[in-house]
Write a protein of this length. Structure first.
Length: 64
């Protein structure tokens, strides 16, 4: 059975890790998976972490 890309199989330790959820949030935003991004943000909030993103301007290199 094929899973949609927003379904996850995480063990309990991973579900309790803000680092895992932040990485999933970042990748989901990059890929335009807004369902997974919302879930990751909700899980981070559950763990007491608040994340805010700002919009990047096109053509701006933020790695400087």
């Amino acid at each position: 059975m094929t899973k949609c890309k927003s379904q996850l199989d995480l063990d309990e330790a991973a579900r309790q890790s803000p680092v895992v959820w932040f990485a999933l949030l970042d990748k989901a935003r990059e890929n335009g998976d807004w369902i997974l991004a919302k879930r990751a943000e909700d899980e981070l909030r559950r763990l007491g972490v608040r994340v805010r993103f700002s919009r990047r301007e096109k053509g701006v290199n933020n790695d400087q």
